[in-house]
Design a protein around this ligand. Sequence first.
Ligand code: ZN
Length: 75
Amino acid sequence: MSCDCCKAEGRNSEYLNGNKKICRAKLFKVYVGRTATVKLCRLCDIELFSIGESRFLKNHYGFTKELAVNQKSFT
Ligand SMILES: [Zn+2]
């Protein structure tokens, strides 16, 4: 299992995290009226938690775009 965000941005999350665990996170601002469930590595999870969803999505444009294009796989 790999981090959706790192994958979308072309980073190797397994390398960055020393193959540590991936957690599921819910995003509320991506889709109207429903949540997106994504897999995030520890680094991305901490970032999301500390800067908030809006800024996280802005910081990771590739990931946001991926979510928009592949809606079904994230709901
Ligand atoms: Zn990640």
